[in-house]
Design a protein around this ligand. Structure first.
Ligand code: NAP
Length: 309
Protein backbone atom coordinates (compact mmCIF):
# COMPACT_ATOMS: atom_id res chain seq x y z
CA UNK A 1 0.00 0.00 0.00
CA UNK A 2 1.16 3.54 -0.77
CA UNK A 3 1.63 6.05 2.04
CA UNK A 4 0.78 9.15 0.00
CA UNK A 5 -0.77 9.35 -3.45
CA UNK A 6 -1.09 12.78 -5.04
CA UNK A 7 -3.35 13.31 -8.03
CA UNK A 8 -2.20 16.21 -10.15
CA UNK A 9 1.11 17.78 -11.15
CA UNK A 10 0.19 21.45 -11.15
CA UNK A 11 1.51 23.86 -8.53
CA UNK A 12 -0.59 22.27 -5.77
CA UNK A 13 0.27 18.65 -6.55
CA UNK A 14 3.99 19.22 -7.05
CA UNK A 15 4.35 21.36 -3.93
CA UNK A 16 2.58 18.62 -1.97
CA UNK A 17 5.04 16.20 -3.60
CA UNK A 18 8.08 18.28 -2.55
CA UNK A 19 6.90 18.45 1.05
CA UNK A 20 5.83 14.84 1.41
CA UNK A 21 8.99 13.61 -0.34
CA UNK A 22 11.11 15.66 2.05
CA UNK A 23 9.17 14.03 4.90
CA UNK A 24 10.42 10.67 3.55
CA UNK A 25 6.93 9.57 2.55
CA UNK A 26 8.00 8.55 -0.97
CA UNK A 27 4.80 9.94 -2.60
CA UNK A 28 3.37 8.56 -5.82
CA UNK A 29 2.33 11.50 -8.01
CA UNK A 30 -0.14 10.86 -10.84
CA UNK A 31 -0.01 13.34 -13.70
CA UNK A 32 -3.52 13.06 -15.13
CA UNK A 33 -4.00 14.10 -18.76
CA UNK A 34 -2.27 17.46 -18.38
CA UNK A 35 1.19 17.02 -16.83
CA UNK A 36 2.28 20.28 -15.24
CA UNK A 37 -1.28 21.60 -15.10
CA UNK A 38 -2.71 24.81 -16.51
CA UNK A 39 0.41 26.86 -15.85
CA UNK A 40 2.16 24.99 -18.68
CA UNK A 41 -0.27 26.70 -21.06
CA UNK A 42 0.51 30.22 -19.93
CA UNK A 43 3.45 32.34 -21.12
CA UNK A 44 5.45 34.32 -18.61
CA UNK A 45 4.32 34.14 -15.00
CA UNK A 46 5.06 37.56 -13.53
CA UNK A 47 3.60 37.20 -10.06
CA UNK A 48 5.27 34.06 -8.68
CA UNK A 49 7.57 35.35 -5.91
CA UNK A 50 11.28 34.92 -6.45
CA UNK A 51 11.41 35.72 -10.16
CA UNK A 52 11.87 39.47 -10.64
CA UNK A 53 11.95 39.10 -14.44
CA UNK A 54 9.07 36.59 -14.52
CA UNK A 55 9.37 32.89 -15.29
CA UNK A 56 8.12 30.72 -18.13
CA UNK A 57 5.14 28.69 -16.86
CA UNK A 58 6.31 25.43 -18.45
CA UNK A 59 9.80 25.85 -17.06
CA UNK A 60 8.49 26.61 -13.57
CA UNK A 61 6.54 23.36 -13.56
CA UNK A 62 9.53 21.38 -14.86
CA UNK A 63 11.64 22.77 -12.03
CA UNK A 64 8.98 21.90 -9.44
CA UNK A 65 8.85 18.32 -10.71
CA UNK A 66 12.65 17.96 -10.64
CA UNK A 67 12.70 19.39 -7.10
CA UNK A 68 10.09 16.83 -5.97
CA UNK A 69 11.91 13.95 -7.70
CA UNK A 70 15.22 14.93 -6.10
CA UNK A 71 13.69 14.07 -2.72
CA UNK A 72 12.14 10.79 -3.85
CA UNK A 73 8.73 11.62 -5.35
CA UNK A 74 7.71 9.15 -8.07
CA UNK A 75 5.92 10.93 -10.89
CA UNK A 76 3.85 8.52 -12.97
CA UNK A 77 1.91 9.31 -16.12
CA UNK A 78 -1.60 8.07 -15.40
CA UNK A 79 -5.26 9.00 -15.31
CA UNK A 80 -7.51 8.09 -12.41
CA UNK A 81 -10.62 6.39 -13.80
CA UNK A 82 -12.50 5.97 -10.56
CA UNK A 83 -12.11 6.33 -6.82
CA UNK A 84 -13.52 4.45 -3.84
CA UNK A 85 -13.23 6.53 -0.67
CA UNK A 86 -15.72 4.54 1.39
CA UNK A 87 -13.33 2.14 3.14
CA UNK A 88 -10.49 2.63 5.64
CA UNK A 89 -8.08 3.46 2.84
CA UNK A 90 -8.73 5.34 -0.42
CA UNK A 91 -8.61 3.11 -3.49
CA UNK A 92 -8.08 4.35 -7.03
CA UNK A 93 -8.31 2.70 -10.41
CA UNK A 94 -5.51 4.15 -12.51
CA UNK A 95 -5.41 3.06 -16.15
CA UNK A 96 -7.08 -0.23 -15.18
CA UNK A 97 -4.92 -0.98 -12.12
CA UNK A 98 -5.94 -0.60 -8.48
CA UNK A 99 -3.84 1.56 -6.16
CA UNK A 100 -4.54 1.59 -2.42
CA UNK A 101 -3.13 4.33 -0.25
CA UNK A 102 -3.13 5.46 3.36
CA UNK A 103 -3.57 9.10 2.32
CA UNK A 104 -4.73 10.77 -0.85
CA UNK A 105 -4.10 14.36 -1.87
CA UNK A 106 -6.51 15.59 -4.54
CA UNK A 107 -4.86 18.33 -6.58
CA UNK A 108 -6.67 17.82 -9.85
CA UNK A 109 -7.02 21.51 -10.73
CA UNK A 110 -9.60 22.90 -13.10
CA UNK A 111 -10.25 22.77 -16.84
CA UNK A 112 -11.41 25.43 -19.28
CA UNK A 113 -15.09 26.38 -19.23
CA UNK A 114 -16.82 26.14 -22.61
CA UNK A 115 -19.40 28.52 -24.07
CA UNK A 116 -21.78 25.63 -24.71
CA UNK A 117 -22.67 26.69 -28.27
CA UNK A 118 -23.78 24.20 -30.88
CA UNK A 119 -20.85 24.83 -33.25
CA UNK A 120 -18.21 25.24 -30.54
CA UNK A 121 -17.26 21.55 -30.37
CA UNK A 122 -17.51 21.10 -34.15
CA UNK A 123 -15.00 23.90 -34.71
CA UNK A 124 -12.60 23.04 -31.87
CA UNK A 125 -9.05 23.07 -33.28
CA UNK A 126 -10.49 24.57 -36.45
CA UNK A 127 -10.34 28.08 -35.06
CA UNK A 128 -11.97 27.58 -31.67
CA UNK A 129 -9.40 27.25 -28.90
CA UNK A 130 -9.04 27.65 -25.13
CA UNK A 131 -5.37 28.57 -25.02
CA UNK A 132 -3.79 31.50 -26.84
CA UNK A 133 -0.27 30.58 -25.73
CA UNK A 134 -0.69 27.08 -27.14
CA UNK A 135 -2.34 27.99 -30.43
CA UNK A 136 -1.97 31.73 -31.08
CA UNK A 137 1.09 31.41 -33.30
CA UNK A 138 -0.57 28.93 -35.69
CA UNK A 139 -0.51 30.06 -39.35
CA UNK A 140 -4.35 30.02 -39.48
CA UNK A 141 -4.44 33.01 -37.11
CA UNK A 142 -1.64 35.09 -38.66
CA UNK A 143 -2.69 38.59 -39.78
CA UNK A 144 -6.37 37.72 -39.33
CA UNK A 145 -9.00 39.29 -37.08
CA UNK A 146 -9.35 37.27 -33.85
CA UNK A 147 -11.95 37.17 -31.11
CA UNK A 148 -11.33 36.62 -27.40
CA UNK A 149 -14.34 35.96 -25.15
CA UNK A 150 -14.25 36.83 -21.44
CA UNK A 151 -13.54 39.66 -19.06
CA UNK A 152 -11.06 38.23 -16.55
CA UNK A 153 -7.26 38.16 -16.35
CA UNK A 154 -7.13 35.22 -18.76
CA UNK A 155 -9.11 37.03 -21.45
CA UNK A 156 -7.03 40.22 -21.10
CA UNK A 157 -3.77 38.27 -21.11
CA UNK A 158 -4.82 36.23 -24.14
CA UNK A 159 -6.02 39.28 -26.07
CA UNK A 160 -2.75 41.13 -25.40
CA UNK A 161 -0.70 38.08 -26.38
CA UNK A 162 -2.67 37.59 -29.59
CA UNK A 163 -1.88 41.12 -30.82
CA UNK A 164 1.50 39.64 -31.85
CA UNK A 165 -0.20 37.46 -34.44
CA UNK A 166 -3.64 38.73 -35.43
CA UNK A 167 -4.39 41.80 -37.54
CA UNK A 168 -6.83 42.92 -34.83
CA UNK A 169 -8.20 41.42 -31.63
CA UNK A 170 -11.80 41.89 -30.48
CA UNK A 171 -12.29 41.34 -26.76
CA UNK A 172 -15.92 40.44 -26.22
CA UNK A 173 -17.27 40.78 -22.70
CA UNK A 174 -20.82 40.28 -21.47
CA UNK A 175 -20.70 43.32 -19.14
CA UNK A 176 -19.39 46.90 -19.39
CA UNK A 177 -16.70 46.37 -16.76
CA UNK A 178 -13.79 43.94 -16.76
CA UNK A 179 -13.28 41.47 -13.93
CA UNK A 180 -9.52 41.43 -14.63
CA UNK A 181 -6.93 43.00 -12.33
CA UNK A 182 -6.22 46.66 -13.05
CA UNK A 183 -2.81 46.10 -14.63
CA UNK A 184 -4.03 43.38 -17.01
CA UNK A 185 -7.18 45.30 -17.87
CA UNK A 186 -5.27 48.49 -18.67
CA UNK A 187 -2.80 46.64 -20.89
CA UNK A 188 -5.70 45.27 -22.94
CA UNK A 189 -7.97 48.32 -23.04
CA UNK A 190 -5.11 50.66 -23.99
CA UNK A 191 -3.67 48.41 -26.69
CA UNK A 192 -4.16 49.91 -30.14
CA UNK A 193 -4.76 46.49 -31.75
CA UNK A 194 -7.48 45.50 -29.26
CA UNK A 195 -11.08 46.64 -29.69
CA UNK A 196 -13.35 46.18 -26.69
CA UNK A 197 -16.84 44.91 -27.44
CA UNK A 198 -18.84 45.56 -24.26
CA UNK A 199 -22.21 44.17 -23.13
CA UNK A 200 -22.04 41.47 -25.75
CA UNK A 201 -22.33 37.69 -25.86
CA UNK A 202 -21.38 35.24 -28.60
CA UNK A 203 -24.53 33.36 -29.58
CA UNK A 204 -23.00 31.17 -32.29
CA UNK A 205 -19.78 30.49 -34.14
CA UNK A 206 -19.84 30.43 -37.94
CA UNK A 207 -17.81 28.25 -40.26
CA UNK A 208 -19.00 24.65 -39.92
CA UNK A 209 -19.71 24.46 -43.67
CA UNK A 210 -16.16 25.76 -44.39
CA UNK A 211 -14.59 23.47 -41.74
CA UNK A 212 -12.93 26.52 -40.15
CA UNK A 213 -14.06 29.51 -38.12
CA UNK A 214 -15.24 32.35 -40.32
CA UNK A 215 -17.00 34.56 -37.77
CA UNK A 216 -19.17 34.88 -34.70
CA UNK A 217 -22.77 35.88 -34.14
CA UNK A 218 -23.08 38.52 -31.45
CA UNK A 219 -25.90 39.83 -29.31
CA UNK A 220 -25.83 43.04 -27.33
CA UNK A 221 -27.15 42.22 -23.86
CA UNK A 222 -28.57 45.72 -23.34
CA UNK A 223 -30.17 46.48 -26.71
CA UNK A 224 -30.76 42.92 -27.93
CA UNK A 225 -29.22 43.92 -31.26
CA UNK A 226 -27.64 41.06 -33.22
CA UNK A 227 -24.64 41.30 -35.53
CA UNK A 228 -22.01 39.20 -37.26
CA UNK A 229 -18.28 39.71 -36.82
CA UNK A 230 -15.85 38.07 -39.24
CA UNK A 231 -12.82 36.42 -37.62
CA UNK A 232 -10.49 33.46 -38.07
CA UNK A 233 -10.20 32.48 -34.44
CA UNK A 234 -12.29 32.34 -31.28
CA UNK A 235 -10.26 32.18 -28.06
CA UNK A 236 -12.57 31.26 -25.20
CA UNK A 237 -11.30 32.52 -21.82
CA UNK A 238 -14.37 32.45 -19.58
CA UNK A 239 -13.01 30.72 -16.53
CA UNK A 240 -12.68 27.19 -15.33
CA UNK A 241 -14.53 24.10 -14.12
CA UNK A 242 -12.98 22.01 -11.31
CA UNK A 243 -11.73 18.54 -12.31
CA UNK A 244 -13.55 16.70 -9.55
CA UNK A 245 -16.15 14.62 -11.41
CA UNK A 246 -14.66 11.27 -10.29
CA UNK A 247 -15.15 12.28 -6.65
CA UNK A 248 -18.78 13.32 -6.97
CA UNK A 249 -20.76 11.63 -4.20
CA UNK A 250 -17.58 10.60 -2.33
CA UNK A 251 -16.61 13.90 -0.70
CA UNK A 252 -18.41 17.14 0.07
CA UNK A 253 -18.39 19.66 -2.77
CA UNK A 254 -20.22 22.88 -3.50
CA UNK A 255 -22.77 23.23 -6.29
CA UNK A 256 -20.09 24.10 -8.84
CA UNK A 257 -18.08 20.96 -8.00
CA UNK A 258 -15.33 22.59 -5.92
CA UNK A 259 -14.21 20.34 -3.03
CA UNK A 260 -15.06 21.86 0.35
CA UNK A 261 -12.06 21.68 2.67
CA UNK A 262 -12.75 21.25 6.39
CA UNK A 263 -10.12 23.04 8.40
CA UNK A 264 -6.85 23.23 6.52
CA UNK A 265 -6.86 20.72 3.69
CA UNK A 266 -8.99 17.95 5.23
CA UNK A 267 -12.04 16.74 3.31
CA UNK A 268 -15.16 14.92 4.46
CA UNK A 269 -13.40 11.61 3.75
CA UNK A 270 -10.86 10.05 6.11
CA UNK A 271 -7.25 10.28 4.89
CA UNK A 272 -8.24 12.42 1.90
CA UNK A 273 -6.85 15.93 1.55
CA UNK A 274 -7.32 18.59 -1.10
CA UNK A 275 -5.23 21.39 -2.56
CA UNK A 276 -5.28 23.95 -5.34
CA UNK A 277 -7.82 25.11 -7.92
CA UNK A 278 -10.14 22.11 -7.47
CA UNK A 279 -10.95 23.50 -4.01
CA UNK A 280 -10.54 27.21 -4.66
CA UNK A 281 -13.16 29.27 -6.37
CA UNK A 282 -11.73 32.58 -5.11
CA UNK A 283 -7.95 33.00 -5.40
CA UNK A 284 -6.85 30.45 -8.02
CA UNK A 285 -3.28 31.64 -8.22
CA UNK A 286 -0.13 29.59 -8.74
CA UNK A 287 1.20 30.73 -5.38
CA UNK A 288 -2.02 29.99 -3.47
CA UNK A 289 -2.20 26.54 -5.08
CA UNK A 290 1.40 25.93 -4.02
CA UNK A 291 0.55 27.05 -0.47
CA UNK A 292 -2.43 24.72 -0.35
CA UNK A 293 -0.23 21.87 -1.63
CA UNK A 294 2.15 22.50 1.26
CA UNK A 295 -0.77 22.45 3.73
CA UNK A 296 -2.11 19.18 2.33
CA UNK A 297 1.29 17.48 2.59
CA UNK A 298 1.70 18.61 6.22
CA UNK A 299 -1.86 17.49 7.07
CA UNK A 300 -1.29 14.10 5.41
CA UNK A 301 2.00 13.64 7.27
CA UNK A 302 0.32 14.45 10.62
CA UNK A 303 -2.56 12.10 9.82
CA UNK A 304 -0.09 9.28 9.11
CA UNK A 305 1.70 10.07 12.38
CA UNK A 306 -1.61 9.82 14.30
CA UNK A 307 -2.41 6.46 12.65
CA UNK A 308 0.95 5.05 13.77
CA UNK A 309 0.32 5.90 17.44
P1 NAP B 1 -12.42 34.53 -14.17
O1 NAP B 1 -11.68 35.52 -13.36
O2 NAP B 1 -13.42 33.64 -13.51
O3 NAP B 1 -13.14 35.34 -15.35
C1 NAP B 1 -14.02 34.72 -16.23
C2 NAP B 1 -14.61 35.77 -17.14
O4 NAP B 1 -15.44 35.12 -18.10
C3 NAP B 1 -15.49 36.77 -16.39
O5 NAP B 1 -15.25 38.06 -16.88
C4 NAP B 1 -16.91 36.29 -16.71
O6 NAP B 1 -17.83 37.34 -16.84
C5 NAP B 1 -16.74 35.65 -18.08
N1 NAP B 1 -17.69 34.57 -18.29
C6 NAP B 1 -17.92 33.49 -17.49
N2 NAP B 1 -18.83 32.66 -18.05
C7 NAP B 1 -19.17 33.23 -19.21
C8 NAP B 1 -20.06 32.86 -20.26
N3 NAP B 1 -20.75 31.72 -20.20
N4 NAP B 1 -20.15 33.68 -21.33
C9 NAP B 1 -19.43 34.83 -21.40
N5 NAP B 1 -18.57 35.23 -20.45
C10 NAP B 1 -18.45 34.44 -19.37
O7 NAP B 1 -11.44 33.53 -14.94
P2 NAP B 1 -9.95 33.76 -15.50
O8 NAP B 1 -9.83 35.02 -16.24
O9 NAP B 1 -9.62 32.49 -16.19
O10 NAP B 1 -9.06 33.89 -14.18
C11 NAP B 1 -9.08 32.83 -13.22
C12 NAP B 1 -8.08 33.15 -12.11
O11 NAP B 1 -6.75 33.06 -12.62
C13 NAP B 1 -8.24 34.56 -11.55
O12 NAP B 1 -8.02 34.53 -10.18
C14 NAP B 1 -7.15 35.34 -12.23
O13 NAP B 1 -6.69 36.43 -11.45
C15 NAP B 1 -6.08 34.29 -12.42
N6 NAP B 1 -5.22 34.57 -13.59
C16 NAP B 1 -4.08 35.28 -13.35
C17 NAP B 1 -3.25 35.58 -14.42
C18 NAP B 1 -1.97 36.32 -14.14
O14 NAP B 1 -1.90 36.97 -13.10
N7 NAP B 1 -0.98 36.25 -15.01
C19 NAP B 1 -3.58 35.19 -15.73
C20 NAP B 1 -4.77 34.50 -15.92
C21 NAP B 1 -5.59 34.20 -14.84
P3 NAP B 1 -18.28 38.20 -15.56
O15 NAP B 1 -17.13 39.11 -15.25
O16 NAP B 1 -19.49 38.92 -16.05
O17 NAP B 1 -18.59 37.21 -14.48
Amino acid sequence: MEKVVIIGTGCAGLTAAIYSARANLNPLVLTGTMPGGLLTTTSTVENFPGFPEGVDGFQLMQHMQKQAERFGARVQFGTVESADLSGDHPKLIVDGKEIETQTLIIATGAGHRHLGLENEKKLENKGVTYCATCDGALPMFRDKPLVVVGGGDSACEEATYLTRFGSKVYLIHRRDELRASKIMAERAVNHDKIEMVWDTVVTEIHGVEDDEVTGVQLKNTKTGEESRLDCAGVFVAIGHVPNTQIFTGHIDMDEAGYVLPRGGSKTSSKGVFVAGDCADQVYRQAITAAGMGCMAAIDAERYLGEQDQ
